[in-house]
Design a binder for this molecule. Structure first.
Ligand SMILES: [Zn+2]
Length: 99
């Protein structure tokens, strides 16, 4: 099966009218989508890999949500590490509720 990659979203294969390049800084979100795609999928992304160079708006929004969530998690971990040392973690008790 052969796809027309130039008119298809790289991430969902949709054929929308509006696409965004993944290799340019996106003005809507302020980052280069290819970098986030690479991090999310743990794969290399390049202009010569044969896959479409564009993504649709819903996928761009999902990437932005993912990127924000990842940054939030890393910031929380960093703040947690700054706020608590190993001895303070051992002093408190945590009540785990049954599911
Ligand atoms: Zn898409």
């Amino acid at each position: 099966m052969e796809f027309q990659c130039a008119v298809m979203c790289r991430l969902c294969l949709s054929k929308n009218d509006c696409f965004f390049s993944i290799f340019l800084v996106n003005k809507k979100c302020g980052y280069i989508p290819a970098i986030v795609i690479s991090e999310l999928l743990a794969v290399q992304v390049s202009e010569t890999d044969g896959y479409p160079h564009v993504i649709c708006l819903p996928c761009l929004d999902k990437l932005t949500d993912y990127k924000s969530f990842k940054e939030q998690c890393l910031a929380a971990r960093s703040n947690f590490d700054k706020s608590f040392n190993s001895s303070s973690l051992l002093q408190g008790t945590v009540r785990v509720l049954p599911i």
